[in-house]
Design a binder for this molecule. Structure first.
Ligand code: FAQ
Length: 311
């Protein structure tokens, strides 16, 4: 665009006017949104796998019904977000191809295994908790379809977080073994949850421009701090210990100081070398391949009915 167009666009953003699909937008804005929204969509889709692993082994009929509904919600979020990305001129097939080939990123958190039932509790409490912390502000982001998608998604995420917290509550109120299982799961999920917010601000390549454009409303470190401040009292209430010797209330800042995550591990996971990256992509590719007969049937049926309607 010309610099006049760019200026008028930035002015709209600064006045809090929502950008809609047919409005003019800088190419960089469009690209950044497609990247972020599609990564978010892929995360919801791949994010079904770790918890899906426990649906058949949930400890009661009630827990199973709740988990089933939760995982189905994540599928719905994924489809909803793909639609939002499509309004920017990218096709669903292109996005699917990027995920299946390993070109596209999805959240680092879903490359960790769910070893016990307590892990399902931790995902709800911590992972959905972190997701809400990140997505509530996005309800006010500058792109209309994405901001509206976030409103519905956040309502469902709140239910997800409470179901996770309730799983952990039941475990800590149970036997010594159950409480130990919860503590072990917390030890494994705490740091990966902290890393979900992305690299430290100094290493966050997109933050500055995304914040100018209203695609992000807070920096990675701001949201990470808010998450820690919210979660520490919850862990105390549960009687669990967070695996961070540097965690300490800071009276001056009215906030918790905390340790440094293993950023080498984070970058290694997003490069594709986490514990479950291979397994996750294989599962998505298998689902796609196994569904080929169904997609072909749908297309054949659509073609037949179109011909009949024309005749
Ligand atoms: N994992 O410059 P920044 C959920 C990449 S919630 C993998 O800071 P940005 C719900 C980043 O893409 C999870 N990659 O990037 C659920 C970039 O690489 P690129 C999904 C990460 O975009 C719960 C590079 O590092 N939520 O699914 C991660 O400004 C339970 C530099 O980083 C969303 O996607 C990471 N954690 O900020 C489902 C929310 N962090 O693309 C099932 C929307 C960074 O240049 C079960 N997204 N990278 O190759 C966002 O808010 C942002 O995209 C951030 C990252 C904050 C995630």
């Amino acid at each position: 665009g010309t610099s006049d167009q760019d200026k008028a666009f930035q002015d709209k953003i600064d006045r809090n006017v929502r950008i809609e699909p047919r409005d003019w937008m800088p190419e960089g804005y469009r690209k950044t949104l497609i990247r972020q929204i599609s990564q978010h969509a892929h995360s919801e889709i791949v994010g079904q796998l770790p918890e899906g692993n426990w649906i058949t082994r949930a400890p009661s009929l009630q827990r199973k019904a709740i988990l089933l509904a939760k995982v189905q919600d994540e599928a719905g979020h994924g489809l909803y977000l793909y639609c939002a990305a499509e309004t920017l001129g990218v096709s669903r097939d292109e996005l699917t191809e990027q995920l299946l080939s390993g070109k596209a990123k999805y959240s680092s958190i879903f490359n960790y295994p769910t070893l016990t039932w307590a892990d399902v509790g931790m995902i709800g409490w911590l992972v959905d908790g972190a997701a809400i912390m990140n997505q509530v502000p996005l309800q006010r982001c500058s792109y209309g379809p994405y901001s509206r998608a976030m409103i519905r998604v956040c309502k469902e995420e709140s239910f997800h977080q409470r179901q996770g917290f309730d799983i952990v509550r039941a475990l800590v109120e149970g036997t010594e073994d159950q409480k130990a299982m919860a503590q072990d799961a917390l030890n494994r999920w705490w740091w990966p949850a902290i890393m979900m917010f992305g690299p430290p601000d100094a290493d966050s390549t997109h933050s500055e421009q995304s914040m100018k454009w209203g695609i992000k409303l807070n920096s990675n470190d701001e949201l990470r701090q808010k998450f820690v401040d919210q979660t520490v009292p919850q862990a105390e209430w549960l009687g669990l210990t967070l695996p961070d010797p540097d965690l300490k209330w800071n009276e001056d800042r009215q906030s918790y100081d905390f340790g440094t995550p293993d950023w080498d591990e984070f970058f290694n996971v997003i490069k594709g070398n986490g514990i479950c990256n291979r397994e996750r992509l294989d599962a998505r590719n298998k689902a796609w391949d196994d569904g080929a007969w169904f997609r072909e049937g749908l297309m054949a049926h659509a073609e037949k009915t179109t011909k009949q309607n024309i005749a």
